[in-house]
Design a protein around this ligand. Structure first.
Ligand code: NIG
Ligand code: FE
Length: 405
């Protein structure tokens, strides 16, 4: 059944993963007015509470709606040819230095209209939704002009109007140096700081600002200028850092109070300590690790030891992670990085929401927005254990059943 916003909905006999842990007993969950109205053990559930409520389901595993906290979902074209080159031994960096990689997607995205970008991006968004996503972050970063960056952000916002999903947008102007600024990276960073960030903030098109701090992208000093401009305009900060080398970008971002630093395969203990001190989330992107055939492991044990919250995300993008199956990311976070299945699920719910500064999401607790998934499985760990599309029985967005099998 699909439901209407006015209905009070009730699920019984659930195995519940609440965003941080699995509950030991069978549970009941009620939803009303877009929010979670109550969570009870079956034993403590008073049948009088069911009066006037529609029983929406019985049994199965309920989790918060998945939060995909790092995607580059909006782009035109594809990079299949580059994939073939990489299989023949050409590295991601070499391709980038020869004007391919991110810049090849920039050429295609600049040429595309908003309508064309929507048409190209909707199937990817629909794939995420079909696998349980109820909140997705979408970055710009394939425009690299003021106009094209704003175009991408506008498309991202429109996607959130076209589908039942919360879209959080991030300006990633400092993703790559566009050819017209060759040899003048500082000049391009001026454009990001004095034109892109102010415009995106003023027009309400960005919730956060991101950078790519890397040898093939921008230096820590350049990223710092971007963080200063973001802070001056009241925008949250994120960073692609320590993906291919250790430049200290994560610690720098943490000093500016970053919500998250993402990739972090090359992060060292000093960097981990900086994240812990700042309350910055470490976002793991196993899809990019897989596609780049990376062998450097992110410092999982150090993150655990220092109590840094770990999130897991798809990084859906045409170059390093052309994968729109979030539950596969849970699987890869476990197989590649040895996260426990419960850590991986927390990484795609409560911790991912924290990485977006949306701590009210990604949890099943009274008062929280009612974004929920009911899965046809027996144990939450199955979501990470098996790789299988189509296990989502029901998807609830803002208290309304938007998908039912
Ligand atoms: O998250 N690291 C930089 N940016 C993206 C890749 C973008 C691309 O190759 O198109 C990432 O891996
Ligand atoms: Fe990314």
């Amino acid at each position: 059944m699909l439901s209407s916003p006015s209905q009070r909905l009730l699920w019984r006999d659930l195995t519940l993963f609440d965003g941080t842990r699995q509950l030991d007993e069978p549970m009941a969950v009620m939803v009303e007015g877009g929010r979670i109205a109550g969570v009870w053990t079956e034993q403590a559930f008073d049948p009088a509470l069911a009066t006037g409520a529609v029983e929406a389901g019985r049994g199965g595993v309920m989790t918060p709606g998945l939060v995909d906290c790092h995607t580059h979902l909006v782009y035109a074209g594809d990079r299949a040819r580059e994939f073939e080159q990489r299989l023949q031994g050409v590295s991601y960096e070499e391709i980038a230095r020869n004007g391919g990689g991110i810049l090849s997607t920039v050429r295609a995205t600049r040429q595309a209209s908003e309508e064309q970008l929507i048409e190209a991006s909707l199937p990817r968004l629909d794939a995420l939704l079909a696998d349980g996503v109820t909140c997705v972050e979408i970055k710009s970063g394939y425009g690299l002009t003021l106009e094209d960056e704003l175009k991408m952000l506008h498309v991202a916002r429109r996607l959130g109007e076209l589908r039942p999903v919360r879209v959080v947008t991030t300006l990633l102007g400092a993703h790559a140096l566009p050819p017209e600024y060759a040899g003048n990276a500082d000049g391009y960073i001026d454009l990001v700081c004095t034109a892109m960030i102010p415009a995106a903030a003023e027009q309400g098109l960005a919730d956060a600002v991101d950078v790519f701090c890397e040898g093939i992208a921008f230096s820590p000093a350049q990223c710092e200028r971007v963080f200063q401009a973001a802070a001056a305009h009241g925008l949250a900060i994120k960073a692609h850092a320590e993906q291919l080398s250790n430049l200290g970008g994560s610690a720098l971002a943490a000093r500016y109070g970053a919500l998250s630093v993402d990739h972090i395969e090359y992060l060292d203990e000093a960097g981990v300590q900086a994240l812990a001190a700042a309350g910055t989330v470490a976002v793991l992107l196993p899809g990019a690790f897989h596609v780049l055939r990376e062998t450097q492991q992110p410092p999982i044990d150090l993150l655990r030891r220092h109590g840094v919250p770990i999130a897991v995300s798809s990084d859906a993008n045409p170059g390093t992670s052309p994968i729109c199956l979030p539950t596969l990311m849970a699987n890869m976070a476990c197989t590649f990085f040895r996260l426990t299945p419960i850590e991986a699920l927390a990484g795609m719910t409560a911790h991912a929401a924290q990485a977006l500064g949306r701590r009210e999401l990604g949890r099943i607790e009274p008062g929280a927005p009612a974004d929920l998934c009911l899965w046809d499985i027996h144990h939450p760990a199955e979501l990470a254990y098996a790789v299988q599309a189509g296990r989502l029985r029901q998807r609830v967005f803002a208290g309304v059943i938007t998908h039912d099998r």
